[in-house]
Design a protein. Structure first.
Length: 279
């Protein structure tokens, strides 16, 4: 920790600048205004302003509002006490690395598949979500990005249609982020996020039917591919019976994303390919 009333040194400045570079450049893939300074160099107001801007962008991206961070007036001596304020804000930034604040993201459509003919047994919607590289995929999620899933069943008035309609509606929106998979409704998520994916499929979410139709499932599985993630989405109508009832009407599977898109941190949208449809 620098002496509070002493002028800031190049080493003090570089230590904080290195921390924000790790977050904004390495983790989020953004270009910084600030950079390292030479040993013995006197820190200028412009250099401190650039550092403050970089830290403020990261904080605002995470929180949705800007931090309380010292703006040293031109001509004032830049003291270590000023940098202590920057260090405190940096600690907050590092503690909220995967967060994304209000107004800092866009929710955009990805791809979908629908079936309008009757079915029983199992439907599969298989989707490849491509980011361009492993690094781009990691940065997308570290900056708060999510891949999201919804599904619906419309039409048909039989009991099996009603159960599928309720089941898919009640699960809400499924969200896979960097560390976990959750839903806005009911169902069983997992502690599997982007960082936990392997080359083998893992179940990240499951929702079951109810009552007579408790054997029916909606399941999402995921596995890592080079620069991409492959998802398998199953609609499993396992109740059986004699005769086995058909699900009728329209069954739809949707995949979309949330991505960082604000003026502070912005990352490109992934691309989507249907590798198997519900037809």
């Amino acid at each position: 920790m620098p002496v509070v009333n002493a002028p800031i040194t190049a080493n003090d400045y570089n230590t904080v600048q290195s921390r924000i570079n790790t977050v904004m450049n390495t983790d989020y893939g953004q270009t910084l205004l600030s950079g390292q300074v030479s040993v013995g160099e006197i820190i200028t107001d412009d250099q401190l302003d650039n550092l403050r801007t970089d830290i403020s962008k990261a904080y605002t991206h995470q929180q949705g509002t800007g931090p309380t961070i010292t703006d040293v007036d031109e001509g004032d001596t830049i003291l270590a006490a000023h940098l202590t304020n920057y260090e405190n804000v940096m600690t907050t930034v590092e503690s909220n690395i995967y967060s994304i604040g209000a107004g800092q993201f866009s929710i955009e459509p990805g791809i979908s598949s629908s079936r309008t003919s009757g079915w029983n047994s199992t439907l599969e919607h298989r989707v490849l979500v491509s980011f361009g590289s492993n690094l781009a995929r990691t940065q997308f999620f570290k900056a708060g990005g999510e891949i999201r899933f919804t599904a619906s069943q419309s039409g048909g008035s039989s009991a099996i249609n009603i159960d599928w309609r309720n089941m898919l509606s009640n699960m809400g929106t499924i969200k896979m982020n960097y560390t976990q998979t959750t839903s806005t409704g009911s169902g069983t998520g997992s502690s599997i996020g982007q960082q936990d994916l392997t080359g083998s499929y893992q179940q990240i979410f499951r929702k079951t039917g109810s009552g007579t139709y408790a054997a029916n499932d909606y399941i999402v599985q995921a596995r890592s591919q080079t620069g991409a993630i492959q998802f398998r989405i199953y609609f499993q109508d396992d109740k059986g019976g004699n005769p086995d009832e058909n699900v009728t009407g329209t069954t739809t599977s949707n995949v979309q994303h949330l991505r960082a898109s604000g003026s502070n941190v912005s990352l490109p949208a992934p691309t989507y390919t249907n590798q198997a449809t519900l037809q």
